[in-house]
Design a protein around this ligand. Structure first.
Ligand code: SF4
Ligand code: SF4
Length: 300
């Protein structure tokens, strides 16, 4: 199905959301958020959050001031830079001070850059007002299931309000907050994309239902990503031999959902410190040593 014109206009210069834009506009991520509040079985904390990134990648952690400095340097060098996202290396909303401080600095110094955020959704209802206040216009929630029994196979624990919940109990809390978060974004008129990690034998058959639920809650784009699981990543799934989907299986599920809403098929599962057009990775040109040297005068 086609998107309506108003929506098209809103995402016209967003490389992740518009297939046409991804050849012309660039995005960057800054890695300022190390902590996480849940444990996904496909994640190994030594690497970037697997909800938005490629497993096995380690991004260079920055302070909010360093991150804002980096954004200014890069915006000066790459004029097509339109979007700044925070996507890790942990969950941005498990690091609210660092995440929001970074957004504040950038909104202040580079107000033309659009801001986006990816999260597992656990703390989304809690911070929706902050998100609105800061004019963040896109949020990505990784939502892998709407069934707590399936959730218990994907999440080993959820840490919520100073307590750790395991199994179905933990999954229930997470799934509830994700749904509340979706609803809150809709009410705030903030664009919401949903990522789902496709895990064969766990949630693959169930993703059509997930698609239906998120559509009803107003998400505008669904990005079904393959589980990338290898023993060397040391993830729970990797160690139990859980495989990822084949390209054919992935496409089949995407096609099954595509009758209902727009599917994203060009996601590159970028690093938490990605820089550049979607097909390219220029993160190594802008490591901390390098961007500090490029323009020490920005020192915030
Ligand atoms: Fe890892 Fe991201 Fe899941 Fe947290 S939300 S456990 S960082 S994949
Ligand atoms: Fe865009 Fe996907 Fe990369 Fe995020 S991970 S910046 S949605 S292409």
């Amino acid at each position: 199905p086609e998107m309506d014109e108003k929506l098209k206009e809103r995402i016209a210069n967003h490389p992740c959301y518009s297939e046409e834009a991804h050849h012309h506009y660039a995005r960057m991520h800054v890695a300022v958020a190390p902590a996480c509040n849940i444990q996904c079985n496909y994640c190994n904390r030594k690497y970037d959050c697997a909800n938005e990134s490629r497993p096995g990648v380690v991004s260079e952690l920055l302070t909010p001031e360093e991150a804002a400095h980096k954004v200014l340097v890069i915006a000066g060098k790459i004029p097509q830079m339109t979007v700044l996202g925070i996507a890790g290396p942990g969950d941005p909303l498990a690091n609210p001070e660092k995440t929001f401080r970074t957004f504040e600095l950038i909104a202040d110094k580079a107000p033309d850059i659009k801001l986006c955020l990816s999260t597992n959704g656990l703390m989304l209802p809690e911070y929706i007002d902050r998100i609105k206040q800061l004019n963040i216009d896109h949020v990505t929630i990784t939502l892998n299931t709407i069934d707590p029994e399936i959730g218990a196979q994907i999440y080993s624990w959820v840490h919520y309000k100073r307590k750790r919940y395991k199994g179905v109990e933990g999954a229930k809390i997470l799934l509830e907050k994700q749904m509340e978060g979706l609803q809150a974004l809709k009410e705030a008129d903030i664009l919401c994309k949903v990522n789902s990690v496709m895990i064969p034998g766990v949630n693959d058959k169930h993703l059509v239902e997930v698609n239906k639920a998120i559509r009803e809650k107003g998400a505008f784009l669904h990005n079904i990503m393959p589980l990338i699981s290898a023993p060397e990543h040391g993830t729970h799934f990797g160690l139990t031999g859980q495989r990822g989907p084949t390209g054919k299986e992935l496409k089949e599920v995407q096609d099954n959902c595509a009758g209902n809403m727009k599917m994203m098929r060009h996601c590159r599962q970028c690093r938490a410190d990605a820089v550049g057009l979607l097909g390219e990775d220029r993160s190594q040109e802008f490591t901390k040593d390098k961007f500090l040297e490029m323009s020490p005068e920005y020192n915030l």
